[in-house]
Design a protein around this ligand. Structure first.
Ligand code: TPP
Ligand code: SF4
Ligand code: MG
Length: 286
């Protein structure tokens, strides 16, 4: 519960991966705020609906600005913030259900405009807040509260999706290494354009994937998470495809390019416009 919002009585379950993401985000905002000498309130968090979206109420210490909006609509809200106030550091926090199910339709349009914002997606493979229904990233066959005989649909591959939609910065990590995760979040904040840091953040109550991710010697589970090799070239699209297709959960930077942001393009347009608004409007009159 944040210092600023002590009346909002929400708690994460013990061991929830979102605690690690919280620590990483607090650290990243601290680092960014200090480095660019901006007030804490110039960091704006636009949150989705879900246990993950409650992050906006859980941060300790000096508070950033926060908007807890509508389920699935973080991107349109954040797009408005980022384009109308490019001086702010716009951050989205959302879950797999919020971002990739009800909110999925917004990813391609926002990616194609490349606004300057950073999205931290907490993927636990279920709808945690509403008691563990299946989500797009639940595995096929997974037993959840809404799929008691196993999920029938195929599993969405978010990294593949972001890449094909043209997201200009894509990193993948997990919640167990908050310090390293914080470095990727800061890197995403500094990236001029849309950055997505996709974080595996296990739900200890409905889908505890810690052992699957990290492995367990005791149970002879190898672990699906692996560190991205130093020789991976994140500027190379085909290498990014290859990396994602290896399967498992890569920990590191997957892809990065620097096309102009929508703000760059708008500024250029304004600078080089050949017609005044009145001329354009009068050209429509009959
Ligand atoms: C329009 C609308 N539909 C459904 C809901 C119910 N609802 C609240 S959170 C949620 C899913 C959250 O899942 P996710 O984004 O994965 O967050 P998590 O709780 O797992 O962190 C749903 C379906 C809602 N609040 N609003
Ligand atoms: S239900 Fe799952 S995602 Fe929600 S707080 Fe508990 S452990 Fe975390
Ligand atoms: Mg979820």
């Amino acid at each position: 519960m944040s210092d600023r919002n002590s009346e909002y009585d929400f708690k994460w379950c013990p061991g929830c991966g979102d605690f690690g993401v919280k620590r990483a985000l607090e650290q990243a905002i601290g680092t960014y705020t200090e480095e660019f000498e901006i007030p804490r309130t110039s960091n704006v968090i636009v949150a989705g609906i879900g246990c993950s979206g409650n992050m906006v109420h859980m941060l300790d210490g000096e508070q950033p600005f926060g908007i807890h909006g509508i389920h699935g609509r973080t991107l349109p809200i954040a797009f408005g913030v980022a384009t109308s106030r490019p001086d702010l550091n716009t951050i989205v926090v959302a879950g797999d259900g919020d971002f990739l199910s009800i909110g999925a339709e917004h990813i391609p349009s926002v990616a194609s405009r490349n606004p300057n914002m950073t999205c931290i997606i907490m993927d636990n493979g279920v709808y945690g807040l509403t008691k563990g229904q299946s989500s797009p990233t639940s595995t096929t066959g997974q037993i959840t509260t809404s799929t008691p005989f196993g999920k029938m649909e195929s599993q969405m591959k978010p990294l593949e999706l972001y890449l094909s939609y043209g997201v200009s910065y894509i990193a993948s990590h997990y919640s167990s290494k908050p310090k390293i995760l914080a470095e990727f979040i800061v890197d995403g904040m500094k990236h001029p354009g849309l950055s997505i840091i996709h974080v595996q953040s296990p739900c200890t109550t409905y889908n505890n994937t810690y052992d699957i991710l990290r492995g367990s010697k005791k149970d002879n589970i190898p672990g699906t998470a692996f560190i991205v090799e130093d020789d991976h070239d994140p500027s190379d699209y085909n290498s990014a495809v290859e990396l994602i297709n290896k399967g498992g959960v890569p920990l590191g930077l997957i892809y990065k390019k620097e096309p102009p942001t929508i703000t760059d393009l708008q500024n250029n347009l304004i600078k080089n416009k050949s017609k005044e608004v009145e001329d354009i409007l009068s050209s429509y009159s009959i």
